[in-house]
Write a protein that binds this ligand. Structure first.
Ligand code: ADP
Length: 398
């Protein structure tokens, strides 16, 4: 048995899974919400056990981690008898800039590097660090690994990651495309190759991670050659509440017109735009589909803008790679929304993309959804970022 605890720490939340890496069993999973604010709550579920809910003040991540470890070792709700049974901890970290191209064992130099990148990930990196510090103080002798959202994209060539700014914006300030959801793009691209029994070196693939945050990735020969997110996860396709790619001149213009300071402008672009902003209804695609069905034009328009954006990226990446063997859909929307999948691919028949409308009705399963005569293979591959983090942690700690 080799147990890995996977931690995904947000500013006021902490998600976790305990995975037995030898058979990939999820022994327990849970979520702490409202850390540091009134109404802290932990929801925990151990395999074969009843659900446990703890509502107690948790003023910081360390206190929250203390409750998580109690839940994991609880005689009634827990799945292990002692926290020494946890062999290693894998932490999801948002931003590593150019500092790391793969996962690493956490030491002081690594936490310093994550701290250095707070400037590019001001919401996530501090929370990720709090998650690391909480675990270190409670499990000082357990090895820990940092798994970065940016790492998979570090193989992009310079022509793909450089913006058309003055070169010193890159060389002095580190402004470039970094890309995110790397753990997911890596997982689904490798999984696809395995499912079809091909060497990933022979595949030109576009992975579409479509969830609350959405990103596209061109994976050629198993490595990332381009991706849609940028310096931050705000760029690329239109998302639930994020605006995606816009003309940069809009930023100063709207700041003046709407009298917003930089932080307010950032909040506006991150939280009030995307399909929520276009529709004025919701960021959830299920709500939008229901509203569009009832004749709400802006809900229908939001869905159209989203799908059109995804389609353009598929075309662009086919051009970037000089070919296209497969398209893989993943994450909440990509795994579940057959109408969105169909609309993202509509008009791509000239590239050899042919969806099987019957197969495409399925939700949340690993399966091919292209027709037998489609030149381009189309698949749905549910993502599993926790398992990917656990695997990478194991590789470094075993
Ligand atoms: P996150 O980026 O937070 O991990 P997810 O990948 O879980 O997000 O995706 C969440 C989104 O997936 C929801 O906001 C919703 O729009 C969409 N979604 C989930 N289930 C369905 C469904 N059955 N049909 C359509 N969209 C869905």
């Amino acid at each position: 048995m080799y147990y890995i605890l996977v931690i995904n720490a947000g500013s006021s939340s902490l998600k976790y899974q305990l995975i037995n890496i030898e058979n990939t069993d999820v022994l327990a999973k849970g979520l702490v919400e409202r850390i540091g604010i009134e109404g802290s709550i932990l929801t925990h579920k151990g395999q074969g056990k009843e659900k446990l809910v703890i509502e107690e003040p948790m003023s910081d991540h360390k206190q929250a981690m203390g409750h998580v470890l109690h839940a994991l070792t609880d005689p009634k709700f827990g799945v292990i008898s002692d926290m020494s049974q946890i062999n290693a901890v894998g932490h999801r970290i948002l931003h590593a800039a150019e500092k790391f191209t793969q996962s690493v064992i956490i030491n002081d130099a690594v936490t310093d590097a994550i701290r250095d990148c707070i400037k590019f990930g001001p919401l996530h990196n501090p929370a990720n660090l709090m998650g690391i510090e909480a675990c270190q103080s409670i499990m000082p002798n357990t090895p820990m690994v940092a798994v970065f959202d940016t790492a998979f994209h570090q193989t992009m060539p310079k022509k793909a990651y450089l913006y058309g700014l003055s070169y010193d914006a890159y060389s002095e300030y580190g402004i470039r495309r970094y890309g995110f959801h790397g753990t997911s793009h890596k997982y689904v691209s490798a999984r696809y190759a395995k499912l079809v029994g091909k060497d990933k070196k022979d595949i030109k693939l576009v992975t579409c991670h479509l969830g609350n945050g959405s990103s596209m990735c061109a994976v050629d020969g198993g490595i990332c050659v381009d991706t849609s997110m940028g310096l931050t996860p705000l760029a690329g396709v239109v998302m639930g509440t994020r605006c995606g790619d816009i003309d940069p001149a809009i930023v100063p213009y709207l700041m003046k017109e709407m009298k917003l300071d930089p932080d307010q402008m950032s909040t506006y672009m991150n939280k009030k735009c995307g399909v929520l902003g276009i529709s004025g209804i919701s960021s959830d695609f299920r709500d939008l589909a229901a509203a569009a069905k009832e004749g709400n034009e802006r809900a229908a328009l939001a869905l159209e803008v989203f799908c059109y954006g995804v389609k353009k990226y598929i075309g662009a990446y086919a051009a970037a790679m000089g070919g296209l063997d497969a398209i893989v859909f993943t994450a909440g929307i990509g795994e579940n929304d057959s109408a969105v999948r169909a609309n993202c691919l509509k008009g791509l028949e000239f590239l050899g993309v042919k969806l099987d409308t019957q197969l495409n009705q399925m939700r949340g399963k690993e399966m091919r959804i292209s027709s037998a005569d489609s030149k381009v293979d189309i698949w749905c591959v549910p993502t599993n970022e926790e398992l990917e983090i656990a695997n990478q942690t194991y590789e470094l700690c075993k």
